[in-house]
Design a protein around this ligand. Sequence first.
Ligand SMILES: [Zn+2]
Length: 129
Amino acid sequence: MMMNLLSECTQRQLEDLTALIAGIRRDWQTPGIKAALIRIGEQKPDATLADTAAAALRAAGDNGARNPAAMTFEAYWTRPAPTQAQRLEQAELCEICMQPEHMHAAIAYRDHEYMKPGTYQPMTPQETA
Ligand SMILES: [Zn+2]
């Protein structure tokens, strides 16, 4: 009997993932792939199916990974660092000029201070009068 924490639902997905990886790595034996994935389920009970699939595919896509046990290696579980473009996308932008805060400081804006997202409130006619 398998002594792991995988649910019945995940068992079917486990078979699918095993088949996908076996299709990518014809030099890896299917039972070995499945055993390695089950080991991941035991060693990383908090890992989501997406985390497991991503790490398994990174290992399978690496020609230097010689056997399915490589899927358990920490190197394949490390997410790549975000690119500069992704960091800029995630940065909070000024409500008025849509510049990130660090850019705001670099550029000499004279008409307004950096406005945190969600804090901009248009003035009412009474206030502008
Ligand atoms: Zn601004």
